[in-house]
Design a protein around this ligand. Structure first.
Ligand code: CAA
Length: 387
């Protein structure tokens, strides 16, 4: 019998066990603090670096762990099961660096992937602007050539891990007359003169991960920091999302699994009417539905990850865009439903911050919004189906 392409191998399952052990011991105990205090979990970052789980997708030739896309999904899933904010460490490191992996010169890759793999700096992705969210191509940030340099001006909005990351992939307009084909991608460093950050957004969830504007005022960078050729930045940005929407799906799966596991433990010990509430069929059906939705989304995400891996290594995968959007959409919608039901299963306790499920419900919401709203995902899927 042929084994399905996306079936996790024994190594994948061993990796899952290792990440889960670390997440249970070091990540979960700090999750509530990071949420309550809106503080980046710097200790978690150190522990993830020590275990080499902070940017697992970086190829070995740049000093990384060289994990395949499915292994990367498993790492993000297991960290998110404990703490969604912490799972943005490997997820955003991947998002920031995929543009380089897809389109960067060998010099640029060696220069910037190596420090990320070492844990010396994280890498964020700066596409959105205040008036260019879903309509990303409407961006106004400009990059103007000046001798061997480019000078960047503009403000990027809602940038995950901004201020903490050392490096940023910034999409900017180099030819205003060319629409999406006039956008180019650059590496900007936090320490470049003229880079600053807006105040931290006051958010519903993922509070341990700062979301800030990246403000660029006459930032002069060498032209060698352009990723790919002039005018290819928008394509690189969208091609990146084809790979990284799958990691948001992974985050959603992890959040949902954390909520389901907690709720199952709770209903087995909580007694009402003289018996564990797990004995009641109304609740059993809820748990069955939660697990069913989660597993369906997981299988789709793993299939998408396998396609991502093939595409990264040059195999043409015609339906990667569909699978990536479908996985992100299905997993995030499932996570929202599952975490909401987990709060319901815990009743009044679930609604308090004494239990982790309300945090998980708040954290799940962002997965339906970022890396493209689920309305955009449906549009992307429909476009691919109808073309
Ligand atoms: N890969 C490569 N190229 C692609 C592509 C893909 N998946 N999809 C489209 N393109 C190309 C097109 O072929 C076209 O190029 P040509 O003109 O050379 O043919 C070009 O890109 C423009 O494409 P469209 O005309 O389809 O562009 P559009 O403006 O109509 O729509 C969109 C594009 C799908 C709506 C896109 O803007 C989009 O995905 N919007 C959502 C934005 C988004 O996801 N933002 C996420 C921010 S990151 C984030 O949230 C991270 C975080 O915090 C953790």
């Amino acid at each position: 019998m042929s084994v399905p392409l996306y079936s996790p191998s024994e190594e994948h399952e061993m990796l899952r066990e290792a990440v889960r052990a670390l997440a249970d011991e070091k990540v979960a105990p700090r999750a509530a603090f990071a949420d309550e205090n809106e503080e980046f979990p710097a200790d978690v970052y150190k522990d993830l670096v020590a275990a080499d789980f902070h940017a697992v997708h970086i190829p070995e030739e740049y000093g990384g762990a060289g994990a395949d896309a499915l292994a990367t999904v498993i790492v993000i899933e297991e960290i998110a099961r404990a703490c969604a904010s912490s799972s943005l460490i490997p997820a955003v490191n991947k998002l920031g660096t995929v543009p380089l992996l897809l389109s960067g010169s060998e010099e640029l890759k060696a220069q910037y992937l190596t420090p990320v793999a070492r844990g010396d700096g994280m890498f964020s992705y700066a596409l959105s602007e205040a008036e260019a969210g879903s309509d990303a191509a409407a961006m106004k940030t400009r990059a103007v050539a000046d001798g061997d340099d480019y000078i960047l001006n503009g403000t990027k909005s809602w940038i995950t891990n901004a201020g903490i990351s050392e490096y940023y992939t910034v999409m900017a307009v180099t030819d205003p007359s060319a629409g999406p084909r006039g956008i180019s991608a650059f590496v900007v460093e936090k320490s470049d003169e003229g880079v600053s950050f807006g105040p931290k957004e006051k958010k519903l969830g993922i509070k341990g991960s700062p979301t800030r504007q990246v403000i660029l005022e006459n930032v002069r960078i060498p032209a060698s920091r352009m990723i790919g050729a002039p005018g290819t930045g928008f394509k690189t940005a969208l091609a990146t999302l084809d790979h990284t929407r799958i990691t948001i799906a992974a985050q959603a799966l992890g959040i949902a699994q954390g909520a389901l596991d907690y709720a199952i433990g709770y209903v087995k010990q909580r007694k009402q009417f003289g018996r564990p509430i797990a004995d009641f069929q109304g609740l059993q059906f809820m748990i069955a539905d939660m697990a069913m939705k989660l597993e369906a989304a997981r299988q789709l995400t793993y299939a998408a990850a396998t396609k991502s891996e093939l595409a990264m290594h040059g195999t043409p995968v015609k339906d990667l865009t569909f699978f990536s959007s479908a996985a992100k959409c299905a997993a995030s919608d499932a996570a929202m439903d599952i975490t909401t039901d987990a709060v319901q299963l815990l009743g009044g306790y679930g609604y308090t911050r004494d239990y982790p499920v309300e945090r998980m419900m708040r954290d799940a919401k962002i997965t339906q919004i970022y890396e493209g709203t689920n309305q955009i995902q449906r549009m992307v899927m429909a476009r691919q189906l109808l073309k």
